[in-house]
Design a protein around this ligand. Sequence first.
Ligand code: NAP
Length: 309
Amino acid sequence: MSEKLFKKVSLIGLGLIGSSLGLVMHQRGLVGHISGFARSKATRDKAMEIGFIDSVCETAAESVKDADLVIVCAPVGVMGDIAREIAPELKPGAIITDVGSVKSAIIEAMAPHLPDNVHFIPGHPIAGSEKSGPESGYAELFINRWTILTPPDGSDSVQVERLEQFWQACGANVEIMDVEHHDMVLGITSHLPHLIAYSIVSTASDLEAVTRSEVIKFSAGGFRDFTRIAASDPTMWRDVFLNNREAVLDLLGRFTEDLAALQRAIRWKDGDALFDLFTKSRDIRSGIIEAGQDTAAPDFGRAHIEVDE
Ligand code: NAP
């Protein structure tokens, strides 16, 4: 791209999301310069070695100096501290955004620290995986995935549009959403499934009558699909649940009621109720495939290669 979208971008947090952003910005020539900061020296060194940032800084504050766009890609629980630290060094007129998986709590934590002369436009790419760290990123992560922006009331529409263009240039589709609505939608599409996966995997590993080796050996019956989700980063997910408590607790209440209804249908041998519910669930799966958000290939397109026992 000849016309750069931003002269200087600062990435705070250089894990899966930060590295993927660095890689796509470089690959597509979107910005002039990318400076980066992460908590540990090991990650900072790895980021320079891989080359998805152009310069590395010893502090977050140093990294944001002169940046036109600051993207905070750190765990949800540290966003407030980062905002406090970078605030004095932010360039007037800069856009400050984040990629955190919850929005209300992050806005509450960050907004009070930020000066009035910058544009704070929170965001969340609905793209990721169970992998973390600077080596797990890839430039294609955001292609055809949604990024949700939750600009506060009164945001400058030109700046919101600039950020929208940035995400589109990274390959994403963009949707603008109200903050509470975001936390509810993501509660059901992401947070609750993770909670359920963590819970099932823990139940299975605690079952004394089924040995660990059997749980692993027969996992292709369905269990292994939960283990992918339950292998996600513990820090990230602890922070998500502590920071989207209300929406998750509300959805969990509904979920347990629905689970009790299923339990009842099984107890009373109500095959029709089970059949109807399972049929509805299939429709949702078809909708996801039609929307281009997953492959139609059986078993998620897994290669059926021979695996040594
Ligand atoms: P990650 O791979 O674990 O990377 C987190 C990065 O943040 C690491 O570079 C870490 O540095 C850095 N960090 C931690 N504490 C910090 C601090 N106090 N100051 C500066 N940097 C700090 O995590 P991720 O998957 O990229 O997630 C980052 C954010 O994206 C989270 O808010 C998450 O909710 C959101 N998100 C994740 C996904 C997903 O699927 N993973 C999807 C969408 C959004 P060290 O390496 O030195 O510890």
